[in-house]
Design a protein around this ligand. Structure first.
Ligand SMILES: C[S@@+](CC[C@H](N)C(=O)[O-])C[C@H]1O[C@@H](n2cnc3c(N)ncnc32)[C@H](O)[C@@H]1O
Length: 213
């Protein structure tokens, strides 16, 4: 039996059908946030305060998170409201279905993907977020010099990410091809990461930059 979730009406949750956009479908983020600042994205926010922590130390950006679980969005919104942060918005959708349309190419400063679902069973591997197609899309969205940060405890998936991202034209591995990074761009531990660490798992960090012209 599914339980109905209470709604939290929050200005921090945005709905694509009511946003100002170009004819192409690209959202006019300067109007959404009321100012023009570089955009940063997190894909698969969960109920993690990661974006809140990052926005506290790097306030001069606009942050857009994606999370398709209604329950996790609700928990995240409560945290944003409590933190009184004004430069974060969350979209309750599958990022894969909209990223290409709602952001202009070369318009994003940084993309964070903190433990993406690992889908460890072979028959589910197609559901993994990181693939050569999504890597090419993320590269296209980043501004030259922009960053892509990923972390995971799942070694097999981490090795696949390394192979795919090292092989993506335009992305440069900050640690050198074939290597994980010793530390992440932002050291804030996410709830999933904490769970994995508590049972002794190692976290693998991947840090990329979009090549400058
Ligand atoms: C392993 S959890 C990590 C959650 C959080 N970032 C953390 O580290 O605690 C992955 C999250 O990504 C969400 N997710 C996975 N694929 C997604 C997608 N394509 N679009 C939006 N959310 C996604 C899942 O619902 C889940 O909450």
């Amino acid at each position: 039996m599914s339980r109905k979730l209470p709604d939290l009406i929050s200005d921090h949750e945005i709905h694509l059908d009511s946003l100002p956009c170009e004819l192409s479908g690209a959202v006019r983020w300067n109007l959404v946030f009321g100012a023009d600042r570089p955009l940063r994205l997190e894909i698969g926010v969960g109920n993690s305060p990661f974006l809140i922590e990052v926005s506290k130390v790097s306030p001069d950006f606009h942050y857009v998170g994606f999370e398709y679980s209604a329950k996790r969005v609700l928990k995240f919104l409560k945290k944003v409201e409590r933190a009184e942060i004004t430069n974060i918005r969350i979209i309750r959708m599958n990022a894969s279905s909209v990223l290409d349309r709602i952001f202009q190419p070369a318009s994003v400063d940084h993309i964070f993907i903190n433990p993406p679902d690992p889908w460890p069973k072979r028959r589910h591997a197609k559901k993994r977020f990181v693939s050569s197609e999504s890597a090419a899309l993320l590269e296209r969205l980043l501004r030259p010099g922009g960053g892509l940060s990923l972390r995971t405890d799942a070694l097999e998936y981490a090795l696949l990410m390394l192979e795919v991202l090292d092989g993506t034209e335009g992305l440069v591995n900050a640690a050198g091809a074939g290597s994980f990074s010793a530390s992440p761009a932002y050291p804030f531990e996410t709830p999933y990461e904490s769970k994995f660490r508590a049972v002794g798992k190692r976290i693998h960090y991947l840090e990329y930059r979009k090549r400058l012209p």
